[in-house]
Design a protein around this ligand. Structure first.
Ligand code: DC
Length: 226
């Protein structure tokens, strides 16, 4: 907690493509600095879970918008115990499944969904306690005033290797699925994945997790000391 006292309130925005190490690194950075942790991707995934549960086609923007407006999301921000519920149902495991993963990009491209979730994310960030927030549009849209903006990236090969180790899926198939999702997330009309001009780019290819977390912690302390 001494570090938290030293840095006071802060917002760290961590953006980047799938498999860049965002989740592990953001969660570990939050733990190491006494901050809260917000996984915004989990929110898009939970809405997608609700869309699939209701039988609505993920490409039907009107249907998706209705589901998003009706579903009640609850997300925890303790980095030691992340959890998310939709309409009171814990969906932590379900949102990582293949069905949600292949439909989430379409749901996340619906403007009404983004509007709702960006507002919810800003309300969570506004609470008076430091926070590390990970996603695709955090530095550019959700928290443009963040104290530190990081864009994590890694080679396509390293990202596919990491994801397939997590999911036990074939590396080539994972690489193809990642490329498809990144293309979709980067080219959608509303709030695409983009690198903010003022973000620090960290290429995690060949870096260990501890190394990346230490790097971000140093960057954060250097900013707070200014
Ligand atoms: O980080 P992730 O794989 O859990 O994110 C799931 C999807 O949600 C991803 O395809 C892009 C989308 N997403 C987004 O559009 N904006 C965010 N802030 C976070 C995730």
């Amino acid at each position: 907690m001494a570090e938290q006292e030293r840095t006071g309130h802060f917002v760290v925005a961590v953006d980047g493509p799938s498999g860049s190490g965002k989740s592990t690194v953001s969660r570990r950075l939050a733990s190491a600095t006494g901050a809260r942790y917000l996984d915004t991707g989990a929110m898009y995934r939970a809405i997608t879970w609700a869309v699939l549960r209701s039988g609505v086609d993920p490409h039907d923007a009107d249907g998706v918008s209705k589901v998003a407006a009706d579903v009640a999301l609850t997300i925890g921000t303790d980095p030691a115990a992340p959890h998310i519920s939709a309409d009171g149902v814990r969906v932590d495991a379900e949102i990582r499944g293949a069905d949600v993963t292949s439909a989430v990009s379409a749901v996340a491209a619906v403007p009404a969904v983004r509007e709702l979730l960006v507002a919810a994310q800003r309300a969570l960030i506004a609470a008076p306690a430091p926070i590390v927030v990970e996603g695709r549009d955090i530095g550019s849209v959700v928290a443009p005033e963040a104290d530190l903006k990081v864009y994590l990236t890694a080679s396509a090969e390293a990202r596919a290797m990491r994801r397939s180790a997590e999911t036990a899926a074939d590396v080539a198939a994972t690489a193809e699925a990642l490329a498809r999702r990144d293309r979709f997330d980067s080219t959608r009309t509303v709030d695409p994945l983009q690198q903010s001009a003022d973000a620090v780019v960290v290429d995690t290819t060949g870096m260990g997790i501890d190394e990346v977390v230490d790097r971000l912690r140093d960057l954060l302390f250097a900013r707070s000391a200014r």
